[in-house]
Design a binder for this molecule. Sequence first.
Ligand code: ADP
Ligand code: MG
Length: 112
Amino acid sequence: MKKIEAVIRVEKLDAVKAVLDTLDCPGLMLTRIEGHGKQKGLVQQFRGREYKVDLLPKYKLEVIVVDAMAKPIAEAIMEAARTGAVGDGKIFIYPVEEVCRIRTGECGEGAI
Ligand SMILES: Nc1ncnc2c1ncn2[C@@H]1O[C@H](COP(=O)(O)OP(=O)(O)O)[C@@H](O)[C@H]1O
Ligand SMILES: [Mg+2]
């Protein structure tokens, strides 16, 4: 089992959710976050002055899937979330040791 953690643009959420719906995605978690990547935020202009915004709002989307689904889901998220400009976000993939459904007590892939 794998966890796909995708940090995406706020305005790309609907497109990413739509593509996940077509892929039999078993569930998702969504968190509003602030962060920066290599550019360390951006410089904005306001009333002729420049000021630096170092933490930008993004969404963090987490999906736990069976191993075979990790690649197709990560690729679909990448396509749906891409604009080609800096700040498009990143995808991190982690191994997941165990999943348990609290309601039934069942654990393993069947609990995903
Ligand atoms: N190395 C990292 N560690 C943790 N979070 C990261 C990392 N790189 C990017 N992020 C998260 O992804 C968001 C978008 O990153 P992005 O600007 O697209 O990355 P980069 O500038 O490195 O290409 C950031 O706001 C941050 O929340
Ligand atoms: Mg960046």
